[in-house]
Design a protein. Structure first.
Lengths: 326, 903
C-alpha cells in the first residue's frame, strides 16, 4: 500500500510514518519541513494550498492525516483554515486520487465540554460544545472526515489523548519549560486522574486503524486511544519533570481560581499576543483539574491493538533520552 | 356521604382511550369494554392481543385493580414486563389492568359506587371478558380491597393474590390515618377531592424518589377538571370509618374471606406510607400467614412507582407453581434437589441432627448450685454478679409464666433492647420457652439502624432497660413495653411501660406455661450489621438455633462444665444452651474497642475459663493493653485451652499476638455470618500451614479453614462482569461467591422475600445460602475469603478481588491498613489503593511519591492511584470490616478533582 502521512515532522507524525514504513508500506510524508524519517518520500507543502495537496495525494492508497494547528492560543481564523478547510481539502483530493483508506487523527477534546470524564468511551464530536479554537476546529474536521466515509474510501477517526515521549516539543517541552520557570501549578493538588499516551503506542494504534479500516465494524467510527493507565495529574507531571531533570511541581492552586485566571489571561493574550503561549488558559485549567480517563475496551477490540510501552517504561525512555541530551 | 360532594361529582361522560404520548404507556394495550346490566364502558390495559400475535397461550391472567386516585397507568410496567417476558420465551401472563368506573378513562356515571357495587362491577367486567382462570388478582390501595372482594367471590378461578400497600381491616386499637380523617371531614371532602386536585397531588407527592414530571402528568391526565374527579371524592367518602357505614359490613365480609384464602400470596410493601403503615401489613400477614412478603425499606405508598415491583411480581409468579399446569422441566422448584446432585450435596439436607430444645440443660440442672453465669459489671455497678443454674432456671420459669400472664403469646415478636448479661439471658430463654419470637438487634447498629430494624420487625412487645425504652418512646417504636427495672409510676407512664420484669414474677405466680413450641416454629429474628444497606432480619427456628449450639459443641468441645469468656454477645446467649458456665467481661458492648486485657483476665479467672471468645475489634485493644496484666492475670489466661475470634476476618498477626497472651491456647478463627454462625474454622497453625503453601499466582485472601462437621461449601464462579453466575463447584482455585449449607443455617429473612430468593438463587439443593462473600477453595479443601461480592473490581483486564491485594499492600512497611477499591464504570474500572499509614497521616490525599512507588511495586497489576487517609471507613458493628463501597465513592470523588472530605 502507498500511504501518505501528513504532519510527519511532529513527534507523533514521525513515529507514525516510521511505523507504517516498518510495516512494509511505501510512505510519503507531507509537511512544510523535512520529516527526517528515513526511507520515506518527503513532499513539502501545506494543506492550505490546493496544488500542494494534489501533489501529495497523487497515487496513494491510504492517507493518515495528522497535520493540524495545535496550540492553546492564536488567531481563530488560522485554526479554521488549517484544521477545518485543510482537512476538507485533503479528504476531497484523496477521494479523487483514488485513496481507499483515510485515518483522521483527532483529539478527545472534540467531544469534551469541560466536565470530568470517568471511564467513558468516545462520544460523537461536538463542535458546538468543544472548548477552545483547537478543539472546536478539530471537532468540525472529524465530523467532515467521518461524513466522507463510504464505499470508495473508508474513514476511521483516532483520538490519542495527551501524547508524550522523547523529542516532544509540545506537551513534554511545555511542561518542562513551565516547571523550570516555576510556572507549573498543580490544580487542587493534582488529584485528577488523567489518561496519557506514550508516543509509540499512539503511533501503533494509528497504524492499526489504517490496517483495520476495511472492516465494516471499524470504519466510520471514532476511537479514543490512551495507554489505559490513568494516573493523578501530579504524578504524571512529576514523572515527566523528573525524567527530564526539571523540578517537580510543588505549589497547588484551587482549580476555580485557575480557571478564572485562565479566562482573564486568555482575554488579555488576544489583545497583546506574545511569542509564548499564555501561562494559563481556561482550557488548560480544566484539563489539569478534572478527571480524563477513558474506556479502552472497544478501541482495543476493534483495532486489535494494545499499548506495548507502559507509562513507567515510557518515563524510563524519556529519562534516557534526556540524559543523552536529545 | 356522596351528598357532601360538589355537583361536578354527578357529571357524566363516556369512556375514552387515553391520549397518546403518556410516559411509558404503550397505547396498543388500551381497549374499551362494555359490561354489566348498566352497559357501562371501561377502559382497560390488556395484552391479550399481543400474546395472540406472539402465538403463545397465556398461563393465566393477572387482574390488576388500581386504588384512589390512580388509574390503570399504575400497572403499565406489569403489562409491558409480562408481554416482554412472553416474547422472550418466558411464562406468558395475560395482564388486564382496569380503570374502575368513574376513574381513569372509564365511564363517568355520576352515581356513588360503594364497595359492594365496585366488587360487583368488577365481576360484571370479568364476566364480559370471559375470564376463565387461573386468575391472580393484583391490587393497590382501595384496589386491593376490591381485588380481594373479587378473589373471595371467585374461589374457582382464583390462583393467587398480589397486594401492594392496602388494608382490609381497620385494627381496633388504631385510628383511621390522619390524612384520611382530614379528607373525610364534610367541609373538606368535596374541596380536596373533587373541586381541586389536592388529594390527587398529595398522593403523587408521596412517591420516593419524586416522580418525574411526565409520569405525574400521566397520572393527572384522566382527572383534569372537577367533573372528571367525582370518583376520587366518592372513593374517599366510601371509607368505612364507623361500623354504621354502608360499606362496613362488606369490608368485614372481604376481610373475613381473606382469612380463608389458601392460594399463594405476595405482599409487596412500601413501609414509608402515611396511610397504610406497617400495622396494616401485620394485619394482612395475620390473615395470610403463608404469604411471601417483601418490605422495600425506603419505599412508600406508591410502591409501584418507587421500586421495580413488576419484576418482583413476575419473578414470584415464575418461581411459584401457579402458572405451571404441568411442572416445567427446566425450572425445578427451588427446594427440590437437582437430578445431577452429588450424593454429598444431599447429606446435610437429609440428616437433621437430633433436636434438643435450647433450654434442656436448664431443665436438667434446675437444682444445681453450680455457677451458670457471671456478670463482671452488672447494671447498677456493684461487683461481679454470680447466677447459679438453679437460680437461672427458676428465674426463666418465673419470667415465662409472667410473660404468659401479661399476654405474650406463642408467635408474638418480642424485641429485646437489653444489654448482654444475666437479664438478657433470662428473658431471652423465657421468651423462647413460651414460643415468642425474640427480636435481637445489636446496639452496634447505631440508633438509626436500630430504629429501622425494630420498626421493621413490628414487635408486639419491647423489653428494655431505661435507656432502650426511652429511645423506643422517643423514636415511636411499636409494641407494648416491659422494663427490666422497676420504674417510678410517672416515668413508666411517660414511657408507656406496662410492666417491669420483677412484676412479672408476681403476676406469673400460679400461671401454667404453654406447651413447648414446635422445633420448626420461628424462634428468633436477628438483625445483621447492615454494612451493605439497611439491617436485615434473619429468621431462625428452634431447631436451627439448637443446631447452632450443636455446631459450637461439636467444633470446640463445649459442654457442661466448660468455663467460657463470652466477649462476643451471640456466644454469651448460647452458653446456657451448651450447658457451659459463661462470664461477660466488663466492657461497653456498643464499643468493642474498649475491652482491655485485664478485664478479660479477670473474667477468665471468675469462671476458671478454658474457652475464650472475642470479637476481632476487641482483640486489637486486648493485645494493645497486655502490658497491664498482673502475674495472676497471666495465670488465669494460661488456663485457656481454646481461643476464638469471630465476626470478621482476623489478621494472622493479631491472632498470633493474642495467642502469646494465652500460651496454652490454640487460637481459632471461625468464618460465619448472622445467617450461619459457624461455617468453617481455622486454627492459627492451620493458617500458617496454608499461608506457607501459597504460590505466587494464587488470588490470595484470608484463610478461614475447613468447613465444620455439618457444613458444606461450594463456589459459584464469577463471570467477566463480576457476577456469580457459575455452576457451584468445589474445584480448587476457582474464585466466586461462597455458598454454604448446614443444619444451623438461617430459615430465611424477615419480610424480605426478594432477598430470600436472591440468597437461594441457583443453589445445589435446599438449605443453601449465598453469602455475598467471594473466595476460593484450595487443593486441601480450605476456604479463602477474598472480599465481598459487591466489592469485586471489574477492570478491562478481568475481575479482581480486593483482599489479596490489600494483604500485599499491607506488607509495605509504612502501611498500617489498606483498602483496595475499583472506581469508574463496571467493566473498565481502575484499581485504587487507600492506606492508613504509620504514623497516621492527618490529611487525606495523594500518597507521597515514595509511598506510592512502594505500594505499586507490592501489587502485580496496575494501580491508578495510591491515596492516604487518617482512618479507613469501617462498619459500626465490628469496627473492622472496611466499607469499600463508601471508600470507592470517596476515591472516585477525590480522583475526579472534586473537593476532598474524609472518607
Amino acid at each position: 500500500m502507498r500511504v501518505l502521512v501528513t504532519g510527519a515532522s511532529g513527534l507523533l507524525g514521525r513515529a507514525v510514518a516510521a511505523r507504517v514504513r516498518a510495516a512494509g508500506h511505501e510512505v510519503r510524508t507531507f509537511q512544510r519541513r523535512p520529516s527526517g524519517v528515513p526511507g520515506v518520500e518527503d513532499v513539502r507543502g501545506s494543506v492550505t494550498a490546493a496544488e500542494d495537496v494534489a501533489r501529495a495525494v497523487a497515487g496513494v492508497d491510504g492517507v493518515v492525516h495528522l497535520a493540524a494547528k495545535v496550540s492553546l492560543a492564536g488567531d481563530p481564523a488560522d485554526f479554521e483554515r488549517v484544521n477545518v478547510h485543510g482537512t476538507e481539502r485533503l479528504l476531497g483530493a484523496a477521494a479523487r486520487a483514488g485513496a481507499t483508506r483515510f485515518v483522521q487523527v483527532s483529539s478527545p477534546s472534540v467531544a469534551h465540554s469541560g466536565r470530568s470524564i470517568v471511564g467513558d468511551d468516545a462520544r460523537p464530536a461536538d463542535p458546538e460544545h468543544a472548548r477552545g479554537d483547537y478543539a472546536r476546529t478539530k471537532a468540525r474536521a472529524e465530523v467532515a472526515a467521518l461524513a466522507a466515509d463510504g464505499d470508495g474510501m473508508r474513514v476511521v477517526a483516532v483520538r490519542p489523548h495527551l501524547v508524550w515521549g522523547p523529542g516532544d516539543t509540545q506537551l513534554v517541552a511545555r511542561i518542562v519549560a513551565r516547571a523550570r520557570a516555576g510556572r507549573l501549578p498543580l490544580l487542587d493538588g493534582g488529584r485528577a486522574l488523567i489518561d496519557t499516551t506514550y508516543v509509540d503506542n499512539a503511533a501503533a494504534a494509528i497504524a492499526a486503524a489504517l490496517e483495520r479500516a476495511d472492516d465494516d465494524a471499524v470504519h466510520g467510527n471514532a476511537y479514543v486511544v490512551t495507554n489505559g493507565e490513568p494516573r493523578p495529574v501530579a504524578e504524571m507531571l512529576a514523572g515527566i519533570c523528573t525524567a527530564a531533570g526539571a523540578p517537580a511541581p510543588r505549589w497547588s492552586v484551587p482549580a476555580g481560581l485557575a480557571r478564572a485566571a485562565g479566562g482573564a489571561v486568555e482575554a488579555v493574550w488576544r489583545v497583546r499576543p506574545g511569542q509564548d503561549e499564555p501561562p494559563m488558559t481556561r482550557f488548560l485549567a480544566e484539563q489539569l483539574s478534572t478527571a480524563h480517563w477513558f474506556d479502552q475496551r472497544r478501541t482495543r477490540a476493534d483495532l486489535r491493538w494494545r499499548p506495548e510501552v507502559t507509562i513507567d517504561e515510557g518515563l524510563a525512555r524519556l529519562r534516557a533520552a534526556a540524559a543523552h541530551g536529545r | 356521604m356522596i351528598g357532601a360532594l360538589p355537583a361536578a361529582a354527578g357529571a357524566t361522560a363516556p369512556a375514552s382511550l387515553p391520549p397518546r404520548g403518556l410516559d411509558g404507556l404503550d397505547p396498543s394495550f388500551s381497549r374499551l369494554v362494555t359490561a354489566g346490566p348498566g352497559a357501562h364502558t371501561w377502559h382497560l390495559l390488556d395484552n391479550a392481543e399481543h400474546l395472540d400475535r406472539l402465538g403463545v397461550a397465556p398461563v393465566g391472567t393477572l387482574l390488576c385493580v388500581h386504588g384512589n386516585p390512580t388509574w390503570s397507568y399504575l400497572w403499565r410496567r406489569l403489562v409491558t414486563g409480562a408481554t416482554d417476558r412472553a416474547a422472550a420465551g418466558g411464562q406468558a401472563w395475560r395482564v388486564v389492568a382496569v380503570d374502575q368506573l368513574e376513574m381513569g378513562f372509564s365511564e363517568r356515571i355520576g352515581l356513588p359506587r360503594g364497595l359492594p357495587q365496585r366488587v360487583a362491577d368488577l365481576d360484571d367486567l370479568t364476566t364480559a371478558l370471559g375470564l376463565d382462570g387461573p386468575v391472580v388478582t393484583v391490587g393497590h390501595d382501595w384496589g386491593g380491597v376490591i381485588s380481594l372482594g373479587w378473589a373471595v367471590d371467585h374461589p374457582d378461578l382464583l390462583a393467587g393474590v398480589v397486594l401492594l400497600n392496602t388494608a382490609v381491616h381497620q385494627p381496633a386499637h388504631l385510628r383511621v390515618p390522619a390524612p384520611l380523617r382530614l379528607a373525610l371531614r364534610p367541609e373538606v371532602l368535596g374541596r380536596v377531592t373533587v373541586a381541586t386536585p389536592a388529594f390527587l397531588e398529595t398522593t403523587l407527592a408521596l412517591a420516593r424518589p419524586r416522580l418525574p414530571r411526565p409520569v405525574r402528568d400521566a397520572y393527572r391526565a384522566p382527572y383534569r377538571g372537577a367533573e372528571r374527579r367525582g370518583g376520587i371524592g366518592g372513593f374517599v367518602a366510601d371509607i368505612p370509618v364507623t361500623a354504621a357505614h354502608p360499606s362496613a359490613a362488606d369490608l368485614d365480609r372481604v376481610a373475613a374471606g381473606v382469612r380463608e384464602l389458601d392460594v399463594p400470596a405476595l405482599l409487596l410493601w412500601g413501609p414509608s406510607d402515611p396511610i397504610f403503615g406497617d400495622q396494616y401489613l401485620d394485619d394482612l400477614v395475620d390473615r395470610l400467614p403463608h404469604a411471601d412478603v417483601h418490605r422495600f425499606e425506603g419505599a412508600g405508598h406508591l410502591v409501584a412507582e418507587d421500586v421495580d415491583y413488576a419484576t418482583a411480581a413476575l419473578d414470584w409468579l415464575a418461581g411459584s407453581t401457579i402458572g405451571s399446569r404441568a411442572p416445567a422441566a427446566d425450572t425445578p422448584p427451588a427446594d427440590a434437589p437437582r437430578p445431577d446432585d452429588a450424593p454429598e450435596a444431599r447429606e446435610a439436607d437429609t440428616l437433621p441432627p437430633p433436636y434438643e430444645p435450647l433450654w434442656h440443660h436448664l431443665d436438667e440442672q434446675r437444682d444445681s448450685t453450680q455457677t451458670a453465669l457471671v456478670e463482671m459489671a452488672p447494671p447498677g455497678g456493684a461487683g461481679p454478679r454470680v447466677v447459679t443454674w438453679a437460680l437461672l432456671a427458676r428465674r426463666i420459669r418465673e419470667l415465662a409464666a409472667g410473660l404468659t400472664a401479661v399476654g405474650v403469646r406463642p408467635g408474638d415478636r418480642v424485641s429485646l433492647l437489653v444489654p448482654p448479661g444475666a437479664d438478657l439471658t433470662a428473658v431471652l430463654y423465657a421468651c423462647l420457652r413460651v414460643g415468642a419470637v425474640v427480636v435481637v438487634a445489636d446496639a452496634g447498629l447505631g440508633v438509626k439502624g436500630l430504629t429501622r430494624a425494630v420498626r421493621g420487625a413490628r414487635p408486639d412487645h419491647v423489653v428494655g432497660e431505661l435507656r432502650g425504652l426511652t429511645a423506643a418512646r422517643a423514636l415511636g417504636w411499636p409494641g407494648r413495653r416491659i422494663s427490666t427495672t422497676p420504674l417510678a409510676p410517672a416515668v413508666a407512664r411517660a414511657l408507656g411501660v406496662d410492666h417491669a420484669l420483677v412484676d412479672l414474677v408476681d403476676v406469673g405466680r400460679g400461671v401454667d406455661l404453654p406447651d413447648e413450641p414446635s422445633p420448626d416454629a420461628t424462634a428468633a429474628v436477628l438483625f445483621t450489621s447492615g454494612s451493605t444497606g439497611p439491617a436485615k432480619g434473619v429468621v431462625y427456628t428452634h431447631r436451627q438455633l439448637a443446631a447452632v449450639a450443636g455446631a459450637l459443641r461439636t467444633q470446640y468441645d463445649l459442654g457442661p462444665g466448660t468455663g467460657l469468656v463470652a466477649g462476643f454477645a451471640p456466644f454469651a446467649l448460647l452458653a446456657p444452651a451448651l450447658g457451659a458456665r459463661s462470664v461477660t467481661p466488663d466492657m461497653d458492648v456498643t464499643s468493642p474497642r474498649t475491652l482491655t486485657a485485664p478485664a478479660v483476665a479477670a473474667a477468665a479467672a471468675a469462671v476458671d475459663a478454658t474457652v475464650l471468645f472475642l470479637s476481632p475489634a476487641a482483640l486489637a485493644n486486648v493485645v494493645a493493653t497486655a502490658d497491664d496484666l498482673t502475674p495472676a492475670d497471666h495465670a488465669a489466661l494460661a488456663r485457656v485451652r481454646t481461643f476464638l475470634s469471630a465476626g470478621a476476618p482476623v489478621p494472622e498477626h493479631l491472632l498470633a499476638a493474642a495467642g502469646r497472651l494465652m500460651p496454652n491456647a490454640e487460637p481459632h478463627t471461625p468464618y460465619g455470618m448472622t445467617e450461619g454462625l459457624l461455617m468453617t474454622d481455622a486454627t492459627l497453625a492451620g493458617i500458617r500451614e496454608a499461608t506457607a503453601a501459597r504460590t505466587d499466582g494464587d488470588p490470595g485472601g484470608v484463610c478461614v479453614g475447613r468447613p465444620t462437621a455439618t457444613t458444606q461449601v461450594r463456589i459459584s464462579p464469577l463471570d467477566d462482569d463480576g457476577a456469580a453466575t457459575g455452576e457451584p463447584t468445589t474445584e480448587p482455585g476457582r474464585t466466586g461467591e461462597i455458598l454454604v449449607s448446614a443444619p444451623h443455617l438461617k430459615d430465611g429473612y424477615f419480610r424480605l422475600h426478594l432477598t430470600d430468593r436472591a440468597a437461594a438463587r441457583d443453589v445445589p439443593g435446599s438449605r443453601w445460602h449465598r453469602t455475598g462473600d467471594v473466595g476460593h477453595l484450595d487443593d486441601e479443601g480450605r476456604l479463602w475469603v477474598e472480599g465481598r461480592l459487591a466489592h469485586v473490581v471489574t477492570t478491562a483486564d478481568g475481575v479482581v478481588t480486593p483482599v489479596g491485594l490489600e494483604q500485599r499492600v499491607e506488607q509495605v512497611p509504612a502501611v498500617d491498613r489498606a483498602g483496595v477499591v475499583g472506581i469508574g464504570p463496571r467493566g473498565t474500572q481502575l484499581l485504587v489503593a487507600v492506606v492508613e499509614t504509620r504514623p497516621r497521616t492527618r490529611r487525606p490525599g495523594l500518597a507521597p511519591a515514595e509511598l506510592a512507588d512502594a505500594v505499586r511495586a507490592a501489587v502485580p497489576g496496575p494501580l491508578a492511584a495510591v491515596l492516604v487517609v487518617p482512618d479507613l471507613p469501617t462498619d459500626v458493628r465490628h469496627n473492622s470490616k472496611i466499607d469499600r463501597t463508601r471508600l470507592a465513592r470517596w476515591a472516585e470523588d477525590v480522583l475526579s478533582g472534586r473537593r476532598v472530605r474524609r472518607p
